[in-house]
Design a protein around this ligand. Structure first.
Ligand code: NDP
Length: 335
């Protein structure tokens, strides 16, 4: 088995030396378990959190353990009655070629589906994140203005397109002209703003009416620019703050953490709510997948993937993800 382990906990941005690549023996499934050979590994921002030894909604990866991650691949051996060798599945575990998993989070991918990698992106965890977060928290209504950060990425591209389907005006925020062109011309957002430029001026021009829903993927200076522009009864969907994952929390001179002035939350009756896709997302996976496949078949939903070849290249690709090097949902094709 080829595995990538967490060798040490990063300080600031991860570097290749934080990982270790090892060859080990292929595991055997125990009673009730399934052996999966990964074809694709999903790389996601949450993995930066798992590398740190801090209290969170999920336990950190132990030093020397295989890096956490979700794979899609093929069942090669099964000791569970619902799965057999040859089944194509979503739900293998970790940055490794072979994994032994239980049935709890293992989904059979139906024959004739879209390419398997989509089960890690538009039809997988990031798509599910967008779908549940909009349904539960954002609740966009016809004619409202929705702003989405990291708009060309795995979650952002789905958020914006669903908001368009719901009849909203959608403004993306992304890093650079190429990503912005894709978001407007390929995905059909109404506008896309480059966060390397003057965001205040761009937001005033693109959404002079103000913002009803802000989908937060980034934090930092993007959040600071969007926050004062909410309309009354706006909703802020707290999905992630990737710009802050490598940093210690900002602090004032006395060492107290600093953030935006939350006064407008009262004045404008805003709702700010965080969520984790695993709270209730996977129990709704079937409904989600059916609705998404319907939109895709009708030509209303598109996606873009950034496919990196070779499991050994996963650490480098992940390091790049935290700097915006990926263009679309980042997946590794496992050799
Ligand atoms: P993306 O595919 O969007 O990739 C990450 C993108 O973030 C980069 O391409 C880059 O885009 C942007 N980015 C990275 N660093 C910075 C920075 N310093 N400042 C501004 N932008 C930056 O990732 P995902 O779609 O998978 O994830 C998006 C967000 O959603 C993350 O915050 C993630 O943690 C969160 N998430 C939360 C879940 C939940 O359950 N709550 C589940 C899944 C994801 P650009 O070049 O455009 O800046």
């Amino acid at each position: 088995n080829l595995q990538i382990l967490l060798k040490r906990r990063p300080v600031g941005a991860p570097v290749p030396e934080d990982f270790e690549i090892v060859e080990t023996t292929t595991p055997e499934p125990a009673e009730g378990q399934v052996l999966v050979r990964a074809r694709f590994l999903s790389l996601d921002p949450y993995m930066r959190g798992r590398m740190a030894d801090v209290k969170s909604y999920a336990k950190p990866v132990a030093l020397g353990a295989v890096m956490e991650g979700q794979t899609a691949g093929e069942v090669v051996a099964s000791r569970h009655p619902d799965f057999k060798a040859g089944d194509i599945v979503l739900g293998g575990y970790g940055w490794q070629r072979f994994s032994v998993v239980g049935p709890e989070r293992l989904f059979k991918v139906p024959a004739g589906s879209l390419p398997l990698s989509t089960s890690l992106g538009v039809l997988g965890m990031p798509g599910l994140t967008a779908w549940t977060g909009l349904e539960d928290i954002g609740q966009p209504k016809v004619g409202e203005t929705v702003v989405v950060s990291a708009a060309s990425g795995a979650v952002g591209q789905v958020v914006g397109q669903i908001a368009k389907i719901r009849g909203c005006k959608v403004v993306g925020i992304a890093g650079g002209q190429k990503k912005c062109d894709f978001v407007v011309k390929e995905l059909g957002f109404d506008a896309c703003l480059d966060h390397h430029g003057d965001l205040d001026a761009q937001l005033d021009a693109a959404a002079p009416e103000g913002i009803d829903v802000y989908w937060e993927n980034v934090g930092g200076k993007v959040q600071a620019a969007v926050f004062p522009r909410f309309r009354d009864f706006g909703r802020m969907v707290m999905c992630g703050m990737i710009a802050q994952y490598n940093e210690a929390p900002g602090a004032d001179a006395a060492g107290a953490p600093v953030g935006p002035n939350l006064g407008p939350v009262v004045r404008k009756r805003l709702r700010i709510q965080g969520f984790i896709v695993s709270d209730s997302g996977w129990s709704r996976y079937g409904t989600f997948r059916a609705e998404m496949e319907g939109w895709i078949a009708a030509g209303r939903l598109r996606w873009r993937e950034d496919v990196v070849d070779g499991l050994r290249n996963a650490p480098g690709a992940f390091i790049g993800l935290l700097k915006g090097d990926n263009f679309g949902k980042l997946v590794v094709r496992v050799d």
